[in-house]
Design a protein around this ligand. Structure first.
Ligand code: BG6
Length: 489
């Protein structure tokens, strides 16, 4: 049988949800427009809602028009939509799942059938969903590959993540599991690999000898909005730190992988996670800050008197040769002053300054700002002599902007890359079971400490600010403060 007779089904469970309309379908449409979907493809939306194929397509069309990066046009939409269909079904009901399988088998018509199952469903259903896929004999790989994408959150603590890993491993081989973190689909995050390992300039200074500290900020202006009920049970540490922000940290800190191979990369990520010094009751108050924006408790869905943090700042140390003694400051929050995700590397100040300086002043250190979003780019700040002065200095910037170098539309939606990688079978940008557990091993003790009387106080902050003042105190280290090296919105 020729290779092109294979079929490729993308089955989205929970297809009536927001993620499908806002991210998955627009990304698949963009992949289609770029000619990147494989031969004989079909997208099957599955959820409990009653939709006809056409009603589902209409809803998806609205999402594509609003969120796809490529220009919508009715001709290509019609071609695309002809391969999109809907099947009513509840993944937790075995018999209904058999109905989905039957429909897929009919379409596959004895051709080798590759299937990507995307679980865009409530996290508490993952275990049962995977068990049912197994029981319905839908994950065997005798005639084509079967891969399962599992959205975050993967567990809500170490014990639940472990239990979920064990449950999914009963049904799936690790190579079939794609634990997604959409931050790794971001072009700017992947570029960290190229920036660090395809240039010889940075590696020699990428260590404790030259770097004073690292700051990672993932700030959002939005508040918890209509997700309040979910968010109140989760909070910023589970929602953003355990996954997105820790992933950014690993990309800054890991050792050069020996090859561009998924396992080489994932091994280095696991190593760096296991080298992070845990924070627990004894040092939580000195290393962490938790905050809540003032109007949070008035949001419908939030428990009265809720202590769920909507802001957190954490200082980590990495116990290895490269990073010994270098603090990694991470902060994330809702209802902050700007939407900005950025990594700032602050270099050490020159050991001796021969230029005359006003008393009490210090040279600004060199700073490398890696702007993940929205103003994607990289900036290096350094000192320059102000013209026509004896030796007055000013901080200036060397800048790379994606838009300038690659064009306004160069950056695809993160899900595009990730969906394509699953189809190709490349797990590099997905989290392996050990890394998930390692990240919870770091997060659990912090959350536990916050339940004790050793916890830092829950500090309140005004919406539209940079969070509680305690976050500034956390970083007030050798005269440094949080920097906003990127534009932000
Ligand atoms: C999600 C979180 O994973 O990431 C949200 O659950 C958050 O609370 C979102 O708003 C941020 O993603 P991005 O890509 O807008 O930074």
């Amino acid at each position: 049988m020729s290779e092109t007779s294979e079929t490729n089904a993308i089955v989205i469970f929970g297809a009536s949800g927001d993620l499908t309309r806002r991210k998955l379908m627009p990304s698949l449409y963009d992949l289609y427009r770029k000619g990147r979907l494989p031969e004989n493809w079909r997208i099957v939306g599955v959820s409990r809602t009653d939709f006809s194929d056409n009603a589902f397509r209409e809803q998806m069309k609205a999402g594509v028009k609003e969120f796809a990066r490529s220009m919508y046009d009715s001709k290509s939409w019609a071609e695309f939509a002809a391969n999109v269909c809907y099947c009513r079904g509840d993944l937790t009901e075995f018999e209904q799942l058999r109905g989905v399988d039957k429909m897929l088998c009919e379409w596959e018509d004895d051709r080798p059938g590759n299937r990507l199952y995307y679980l865009s469903i409530a996290p508490n259903l993952y275990e049962q969903a995977v068990a049912n896929l197994g029981a319905a004999d839908m994950v065997h790989q005798d005639h084509g590959w079967r891969r399962v994408v599992i959205e975050k959150p993967f567990g809500s603590d170490l014990a639940s993540a472990r239990a979920l890993n064990q449950a999914v491993h009963k049904v799936l081989h690790e190579s079939q599991i794609y634990r997604i973190d959409h931050y790794l689909g971001k072009e700017t995050v992947q570029n960290l690999l190229v920036f660090r390992f395809a240039n010889s300039l940075y590696e020699p200074v990428w260590n404790r000898n030259y770097i004073d500290h690292v700051q990672i900020t993932a700030a959002e202006t939005v508040d918890v909005g209509h997700r309040a009920e979910f968010y109140d049970s989760v909070g910023v540490v589970r929602d953003m730190m355990q996954n997105h922000v820790l992933q950014l940290l690993t990309f800054v800190a890991f050792e050069p992988p020996s090859s561009f191979d998924a396992e080489a990369l994932r091994n280095e990520k696991a190593k760096v996670l296991s080298a992070i010094r845990p924070i627990d009751e004894r040092n939580a108050a000195g290393c962490t800050v938790r905050g809540q924006y003032r109007t949070y408790r008035d949001t419908p869905g939030v428990a009265s008197g809720s202590t769920t943090p909507t802001f957190a700042a954490i200082r980590f140390y990495i116990d290895n040769w490269r990073w010994q003694g270098v603090p990694f400051y991470m902060r994330s929050g809702k209802a902050l002053a700007a939407k900005s995700t950025e990594i700032n590397i602050l270099f050490k100040r020159p050991p001796h300054v021969m230029f005359p300086m006003p008393p009490g002043s210090a040279l600004s250190p060199n700073r490398l700002s890696i702007c993940i979003q929205p103003d994607e780019g990289i900036h290096l700040s350094f000192q320059a002599k102000v013209p026509d002065t004896a030796a007055e200095m000013r901080t200036v910037d060397m800048s790379f902007q994606y838009e300038e170098s690659f064009g306004a539309m160069a950056i695809p939606e993160a899900y595009e890359r990730l969906l394509l990688d699953v189809i190709k079978g490349d797990p590099s940008l997905f989290t392996r079971s050990d890394a998930i557990e390692l990240s919870w091993e770091l997060i659990d003790p912090i959350l536990a400490a916050w339940q004790t009387n050793h916890a830092p106080p829950l500090s309140f902050y005004e919406s539209g600010t940079w969070g509680p003042v305690e976050a500034d105190e956390l970083i007030a280290h050798e005269g440094y403060g949080w920097v906003q090296g990127c534009g932000g919105e």
